[in-house]
Ligand binder design. Structure first.
Ligand code: M6R
Length: 359
């Protein structure tokens, strides 16, 4: 039941504050101690390998930034369809993590089986607890997102991010590295911040109506928002059938800038952080070539970015480490409302299945 929403996707986007609350309840105590299972031991491994498909893969990519920065751990991330056939050498001091909403994705399951007996531990990050990936993992971390019906993944993604961040904090703690200030307690603010972001829906709908006339759209992000640019582009193409590509902002001048003209909107995901100035200069390069920029930033970012941006979506201020979780929301809403404006089948996009059980 869609609970008064027009589509399951709209319902699932709106459910995210609640879903993340449940996830936090499962993995943080009332006094903000991490309550991940004790078997999850980051002291006996020296590398983390994360494997997934689609949106789960982008969650793992964000996880890489967190594990490297917060826990100073080497991390490898790969799409399951490549990983399984590459037959990479695996040290027994590897923790292997498989992220899958359905827990049934064929390539991810095959990659898990490849790692079984080679890695120190197999961890499954799944939404469906009685799935194949859950059954075959040594440690199962349920997402607690609740059933996700829409083919486009939304709340499973933000719950995956939440758990990956808590895992990175746990890894740091076990390895004797001081946690970044404010964490994990700042995570408590996320449901409220998502709620505030959802209030921007009318503004995002107006922007989406304009995007709906484009044939190509580029998404840019830097650092831990680079995977969000990829996720924004994936969501937009699967729902609205508009060709969209995500790039690391710094890659712009290595090719994609050739595509820039006034008919190709560029969506820039850039909270005001240490990398902000660099992204703004990429944005100016786009504008100098007549490109249309939609900047998604916070109040401070909006203030410094200056004139010329076609559109600014002003997000609530968020602690830096948490930005990828919050910036998932405008990416989802843009894709959703662009699809609604185009009249496509939002919950059941053409050619796609919710669970990809064949390779
Ligand atoms: O169930 P999984 O998380 O393993 O599914 C992986 C992908 O098929 C999935 O994320 C897909 O990319 C979504 N349709 C994205 O919205």
């Amino acid at each position: 039941d869609k609970d008064g929403h027009k589509h399951f996707m709209a319902k699932e986007i709106a459910e995210q504050p609640m879903a993340i609350d449940r996830t936090l309840h499962a993995y943080l105590s009332e006094t903000d101690d991490i309550t991940l299972p004790d078997e999850l031991d980051f002291t006996k491994i020296d590398r983390l390998t994360m494997v997934a498909c689609g949106t789960g893969y982008y969650a793992c990519m964000v996880g890489k930034y967190w594990f490297e920065q917060i826990a100073k751990m080497p991390v490898e991330v790969d799409v399951a369809s490549e990983f399984r056939y590459r037959e990479p050498p695996v040290s027994d001091r590897t923790l292997a993590l498989f992220a899958s909403q359905s827990g049934e994705t064929a390539d991810t399951l095959a990659a898990l089986r490849y790692m079984t007996g080679k890695a120190d531990q197999i961890v499954g990050l799944v939404n469906v607890s009685e799935s194949s990936i859950a059954r075959e993992s040594d440690v199962v971390l349920p997402l607690y997102a609740g059933p996700e019906i829409s083919v486009a993944s939304t709340k499973a993604f933000t719950c995956q991010l939440t758990i990956l961040l808590i895992m990175a904090l746990q890894a740091a703690q076990q390895r004797g590295i001081a946690l970044p200030e404010g964490l994990p307690s700042d995570l408590r603010a996320i449901p409220g911040l998502i709620h505030q972001t959802l209030m921007l829906e009318d503004e995002i709908t107006a922007t989406s109506r304009e995007l709906a006339t484009a044939r190509d759209i580029i998404f840019l992000g830097r650092g831990h928002l680079y995977p969000l640019a990829l996720e924004g582009a994936l969501k937009l193409k699967e729902l609205s059938y508009i060709h969209a590509e995500g790039y690391a902002s710094g890659e712009l001048k290595h090719g994609p800038i050739a595509l820039i003209e006034d008919t190709v909107p560029v969506v820039v995901l850039a909270p005001r952080d240490v990398l902000f100035e660099k992204t703004i200069s990429n944005m100016q390069e786009v504008m100098a070539r007549g490109g249309r920029v939609v900047l998604i930033t916070d109040a401070e970012g909006a203030r410094i970015s200056g004139e010329g941006t076609s559109e600014v979506i002003t997000m609530p201020q968020v602690p830096n480490a948490l930005a990828p979780i919050l910036y998932a929301i405008p990416a989802q809403l843009l894709a959703y409302h662009t699809a609604v404006a185009k009249g496509t089948d939002v919950d059941q996009p053409r050619n796609l299945a919710k669970s990809v059980t064949v390779e």
